[in-house]
Design a protein around this ligand. Structure first.
Ligand code: KG4
Ligand code: ZN
Length: 341
């Protein structure tokens, strides 16, 4: 009889509770419970996030098993996010994973959330292109902005990263200034599609090497809007689409400039993106153009594997399972953890 490997992945590093079952690298289920509670605070409130994880974790795991149409006794191992993230949030998923693995007497696998964003590219969808080694991955999320050289599944090198805000924060903080709801990235993207990206010019930061800086851009946008609103109090309402398009254009230009520099520096033309901001329509378009005009081969994950999700934890767990790389039951969560650790 053929033996299948079923991995349950659990993700609880920030404000989404997620569970996923994969079978030999193919996703059978990927359930995500978003926490609406944070929207009215304009950002994630850690204490509320851990409480919501406590409420969500059991039904989310149950749903993942039901949708995968398997019983918990068929699981081969349990993978969970051990960092980086919010301590209280990580503890909920980790404690649950430990208890279930102990109860079922199956291996426990700790997963680095940053590696998992990148390794989401190894999910075996029918239509997915899997990047060959070595490749460059631009990880862009609400907490991180990094250019990573991936030499093999667990051998990664950070070529550059942000020295202040993450790119997702640049989107979210700009959106907040414009009075848009949290998280604002998708709203800026939506309005930008109706606007002129060259309507307003924001200067790009001068940062050495392959590093990024986004905090100055937010301040530049704030001062620009304050000045314009003094002349016309309705400036934002009357120009929302153009403002969003111009902000988005500037942010994506910054990312593309550094990617081009990374390609020049390494000679690697296989370029992947990962993380929540890779859902952005402009970065997707620009990468598709780079295939045509720069000779790159680009790898853009399916939308549901870009934002925080447990399928990326489960696929990373599967790759570690194949190497018999398990965690001790005494393993501790790590609020800070680099992609290289
Ligand atoms: O990876 P993710 O779900 O969570 C973190 O690990 O941070 O990323 C969330 C970030 C948020 O900042 C959100 O505004 C941004 O991704 N985001 C977008 C878009 N969709 C999500 N930013 C720009 N355009 C989008 N379409
Ligand atoms: Zn993430």
């Amino acid at each position: 009889m053929q033996q299948f490997t079923y991995i349950l992945g659990i993700e609880s590093s920030c404000d989404d509770t997620s569970a996923s079952v994969i079978c030999d690298g193919k996703v059978l289920s990927n359930v995500i419970a978003n926490q609406e509670v944070h929207a009215k605070y304009g950002g994630v409130v850690p204490e509320l996030a851990s409480r919501a994880h406590q409420q969500n974790i059991v039904p989310v795991v149950q749903q993942a098993l039901i949708q995968a149409n398997i019983s918990k006794n068929q699981l081969s191992a349990i993978a969970f996010t051990n960092g980086p993230g919010l301590m209280g949030s990580l503890l909920v998923g980790t404690s649950f994973a430990k208890s279930l693995a102990l109860g079922l007497n199956i291996p426990l696998i700790d997963v680095n959330h940053m590696q998992a964003h990148i390794l989401a590219h190894f999910i075996k969808n029918d239509d997915a292109k899997i990047p060959p080694f070595p490749f460059i991955c631009l990880t862009i999320s609400g907490g991180h902005t990094q250019i990573v050289k991936v030499t093999d599944e667990f051998s990664m090198e950070i070529l550059g990263e942000t020295i202040d805000d993450a790119v997702g924060e640049a989107f979210d903080k700009s959106a907040k200034i414009l009075g848009l709801p949290y998280p604002g990235g998708p709203f800026i993207d939506k309005y930008a599609q109706l606007g002129n990206p060259k309507a307003f010019a924001f200067s790009k930061p001068q940062v050495a090497d392959l590093n990024f800086s986004f905090s100055g851009l937010k301040t530049a946008i704030l001062y620009f809007l304050q000045k314009e609103q003094q002349k016309n109090p309705h400036f934002i309402d009357e120009n929302l689409n153009d403002i969003c398009a111009s902000i988005q254009f500037t942010i994506i230009e910054i990312l593309m400039d550094k990617l081009k520099k990374a390609v020049k520096q390494t000679g690697i033309k296989h370029i992947a993106i990962a993380g929540g901001v890779s859902a952005n329509s402009e970065i997707r378009k620009r990468l598709q153009n780079a295939e045509k005009y720069l000779g790159w081969t680009t790898y853009i994950p399916k939308f549901e594997y870009t934002t925080d999700n447990a399928a990326m934890i489960a696929i990373t767990g599967y790759l570690k399972y194949l190497k018999n790389d398990y965690a001790e039951i005494s393993t501790a969560v790590k609020a800070r953890l680099k992609v290289t650790e």
